[in-house]
Design a protein around this ligand. Structure first.
Ligand code: BEZ
Length: 211
């Protein structure tokens, strides 16, 4: 079954490079990002794992735990770790799930048989502190992810969880935002006393409220 925005992220217990983890317990009150890799000892995955490791401090700043998954066993991940450090200049500093029986991959619908019936696609799930899925993105095996984009959408998700705003195209942290269409002008006066610019009645722009 597909896991969709608004669904409770399926819970699981799995072996990882940092021992056995119960997913929901491990998440605690944090935000979480679960991302899958097709296979160990593959080139694009190696670069992605290194890039996530380099960006770990950015996720920590955002109260967000990161966890990877590859369908190979943890013993294989432990050997692969050395290659990641050697070639990417960053040691794995977050858990990597071993999923040889594809229990987690199946739970999250990470295997797309018309792409490949044994390897996972590159899924990204962002999960809120309420354990609900806030975002999912899917890439094919041949295309590495963009970590800056993962951080950008996390910033948007965290902002829009706290304020009645939405973020426009290509928005980055610190740029102007849009008042949610569900907020009337009258309510907006209370929520945003600093005011806003009305470009159209449905397009009201204001500086990012938490800056
Ligand atoms: C890669 O990470 O480079 C990769 C993995 C599986 C299939 C194709 C590419």
């Amino acid at each position: 079954m597909a896991v969709r925005i608004g669904d409770i992220a399926p819970d699981f217990t799995a072996d990882t490079t940092e021992g056995t983890i119960n997913f929901h317990e491990w998440l605690g009150d944090s935000w979480g990002i679960l991302f899958s890799h097709p296979k160990d000892f593959t080139p694009v995955c190696t670069t992605e794992l290194g890039a996530f490791a380099k960006a770990k401090a950015e996720f920590d700043k955002r109260n967000t735990k990161i966890i990877g998954l590859s369908v190979d066993p943890v013993e294989s991940h432990q050997s692969w770790k050395k290659d990641i450090e050697d070639t990417q200049g960053a040691a794995l500093n977050y858990p990597l799930i071993g999923d040889p029986d594809r229990k987690v991959a199946d739970l999250y619908d990470m295997i797309h048989p018309n792409a490949n019936d044994t390897l996972t696609v590159r899924s990204v799930f962002i999960i809120g502190p309420d354990k609900k899925v806030k975002l999912s993105i899917t890439y094919p095996a041949s295309t590495g992810r963009n970590i800056d984009e993962v951080i950008r959408v996390l910033d948007s998700l965290q902002l829009t969880a706290d304020y009645s705003v939405a973020t426009p195209v290509n928005w980055k942290d610190g740029e102007d935002v849009i008042i949610a269409t569900s907020v009337s002008d009258e309510d907006a006066k209370q929520k945003f006393p600093g005011g806003w610019k009305t470009l159209k009645p449905y397009l009201r722009v204001l500086p990012q409220p938490n800056k």
